[in-house]
Design a protein around this ligand. Structure first.
Ligand code: NAD
Length: 264
């Protein structure tokens, strides 16, 4: 039993994860725009700062787990997707790391997406701009793409960037060295309000509804099960892993692209 913070706890995958962890006897600190212990807007620096401060106060500086799941997707404006999916996640991960370290055996799950592998034509310079925290370059790259597809590109690039950030950090002294396991669960099409907003959009609807999902779409619980497992000691050997739980879309679309060979 421990204290777990969950961003995006009010809906979809976050809410399903909250329910599972709650049923397992954990103390939950939800972070969301509504219906949460910590009400915070992760699009702003102030919101991120108050989220971190309030979580630390509520857990007395010792946090056993973090699920960073708050997110927005197309057709929400690209700038908001950028702020929540990358900068919001990154601020929670970095800001809560000392409290996670204090737990001596904490686990973190970042929710990524298979959009990080199946979104075609994502510009590398956009991903690099995210990782450099260069908002001017992000805006320039997104402006070059223009509406309406800047939103999908912000989504895919923010998910690649936060996934890479996690992989870069996971193996360092600051994370695994402090006993914190940092991993990414990358869902595919899961029936939630986020996906349904895309389905209902005249431009994105035909794209999201036609995405091939060999098993059929998932339910929030299909992802929550994996997240809750990754928080348990049984997952102790997973570090910097990116686990695709997407009904086969990535395997279908990027079949032979990974694993891949490399030279030294
Ligand atoms: P959802 O819309 O049901 O839940 C997202 C939650 O994030 C909501 O409770 C929302 O209020 C919160 N949120 C949004 N903006 C916020 C802000 N500014 N500040 C604080 N909280 C904010 O969506 P979901 O599908 O459950 O998404 C959860 C995560 O899963 C997201 O990171 C999303 O990118 C990812 N994901 C979802 C799918 C899918 O098909 N549903 C696929 C891949 C990845």
């Amino acid at each position: 039993m421990g204290t777990i913070a969950i961003s995006g706890s009010a809906s979809g995958i976050g809410a399903a994860t909250r329910a599972m962890l709650d049923a397992n006897g954990h103390t939950i600190i939800g972070i969301d725009l509504r219906d949460a212990e910590v009400i915070a807007d992760l699009t702003t620096d102030e919101g991120r700062h108050s989220a971190v401060t309030e979580v630390i106060a509520r857990c007395d500086g010792v946090l056993d787990g973090l699920v960073s799941g708050a997110g927005l997707g197309p057709p929400v404006p690209a700038a908001m997707i950028t702020e929540v999916n990358y900068f919001g996640s990154q601020a929670l991960l970095a800001g809560l790391r000392p409290a996670l370290a204090a737990a001596q055996g904490a686990a973190v799950v970042q929710i990524g997406s298979n959009s990080s592998t199946i979104t075609p034509n994502l510009p590398d310079d956009l991903v690099d701009a995210f990782l450099a925290h260069d908002r001017t370059a992000i805006t320039a790259a997104l402006d070059e793409i223009g509406e309406p597809f800047d939103s999908a590109m912000a989504y895919g690039a923010s998910k690649i960037a936060i996934t890479r950030w996690c992989r870069r950090q996971a193996t360092t002294d600051d994370w695994v060295g402090q006993g914190i396991r940092l991993n990414v669960i990358a869902p595919g099409a899961v029936q939630t309000p986020l996906l349904e907003r895309g389905d209902d959009d005249p431009i994105y609807g035909p794209l999201t509804t036609q995405l091939p999902v060999p098993t059929g779409r998932g339910a929030p619980e299909d992802i929550a099960t994996w997240i809750t497992f990754m928080l348990t000691p049984a997952a102790r050997f997973a570090c910097g892993s990116v686990i695709f739980v997407d009904g086969g879309s990535d395997a279908l679309i990027r079949t032979d692209d990974w694993p891949s060979t490399f030279s030294m």
